[in-house]
Design a protein around this ligand. Structure first.
Ligand code: ATP
Ligand code: MG
Ligand code: FE
Length: 333
């Protein structure tokens, strides 16, 4: 089964062809990072314009590289939401046009389902499983009993993990996106600054990172007022330690409570070296639970993950018609 995936929810224009939901034949990502960098974040208007310019080229390149013709495709899978509405629309309309022109079935995919299914490009998924989704806009623990069924057992009540990384990075005068810079600095620094860990109510799998973010900003501000210098490396290390402590502790707790067979890491923050190492270390103490961590290129936004999720939905008979619309706040469940 050949599926073309299309992803335009944020600032990457991406297309990929995946065979049998597992084998990547091509995975093209045109990043707009450079255009958004000077604004310190993604500018929706600019994102849409880039998608319009890139979408046809990126799809063409994905098809050429895969060596697959449109008549050979079994389905087109496209990110329907969540994301920036103007950005999503470009992908959705491209997918609809191709589906109509070549009479290919169309499948709508939730962006976070895509992040989770990046793991299926690495290994077979074993249910029940738990996925820790950590990205620019999401921090969630998702429980899955079977393919295509998602139960969000915990989510952030304020900032997403990636968002907190980017805001703290900004306060430390690091370029956007700041996650990778903090990660790098954290490995050079020491955990010397006392920062809070927000556990919320006993037994809750929800997250909250705004208190931590504020604590970092206040500490930096107060030091400045006193004319003191705070070492950016130590601040990065201390911040990262707090984020990882909460993420890993709650994930392990949930993995035990739900008796899962696998824990999958997903989303852009899954690229974090500290998080990967700590999760590996703590998971090694659990018997009979496998940890899966996709390679960096499949953690950040791409279309192979959308094709992988779309293939499973397609096999389950899920289709959408020409009425398909972008949904900026699409619900995973
Ligand atoms: P969403 O998937 O929720 O819609 P998004 O697609 O913008 O959001 P991703 O592309 O999955 O998010 O991830 C981007 C985020 O990952 C950014 O916030 C970035 O700072 C963060 N990130 C990337 N690499 C690292 C790293 N090594 N450490 C920490 N954060 C990182
Ligand atoms: Mg992105
Ligand atoms: Fe994403």
């Amino acid at each position: 089964i050949y599926v073309l995936g299309i992803e335009t929810s944020c600032d990457e224009t991406a297309a990929a062809v995946v065979k049998n939901g597992k084998e990547i034949l091509s995975n093209i990502v045109a990043s707009q990072m450079e255009s958004h960098k000077r604004f310190g974040g993604v500018v929706p208007e600019i994102a849409s314009r880039h998608h319009v310019e890139q979408i046809t080229l990126v799809i063409e390149e994905a098809m050429n590289k895969a060596g697959v013709s449109f008549s050979q495709l079994h389905a087109i899978a496209v990110t329907q939401g969540p994301g920036l509405v103007g950005a999503l629309l470009i992908g959705v309309n491209a997918a609809k046009a191709l589906s109509f022109a070549y009479n290919i079935p169309l499948v709508g995919v939730h962006h976070i389902a895509g992040h989770i299914y990046a793991n299926r490009l690495v290994t077979e998924m074993k249910f029940p499983l738990l996925s820790l989704v950590v990205s620019g806009g999401h921090t969630e623990l998702v429980y899955m009993k079977e393919h295509g069924k998602f139960q969000v057992i915990g989510e952030t009540r304020d900032d997403a993990a990636g968002e907190a990384y980017d805001k703290v990075a900004r306060a430390l005068n690091l370029p956007y996106p700041g996650g990778p810079h903090i990660d790098r600095l954290a490995h050079e620094g020491k955990v010397t600054i006392d920062l809070p860990r927000t556990w919320l109510e006993e037994g809750s799998y929800d997250f909250s990172f705004s208190g931590l973010k504020s604590a970092v900003l206040n500490t930096l501000h107060n030091a400045k007022q006193r004319g003191e210098e705070i070492d950016a490396k130590d601040m990065a290390a201390s911040f990262q330690a707090s984020v990882i402590d909460v993420l890993v502790t709650k994930t392990i707790q949930a993995a035990k409570e739900y008796h899962v067979r696998q824990v999958l890491l997903a989303g852009g923050v899954a690229a974090n070296r500290g998080l990967r190492a700590e999760l590996q270390k703590q998971m090694a103490k659990l018997d009979n639970v496998e940890l899966v961590i996709p390679p960096l290129s499949l953690c950040t936004d791409n279309a192979a993950m959308i094709a992988a999720a779309g293939t499973v939905l397609f096999a389950q008979g899920k289709r959408v018609d020409m009425a398909l619309n972008a949904d900026p706040s699409l619900d995973l469940e």
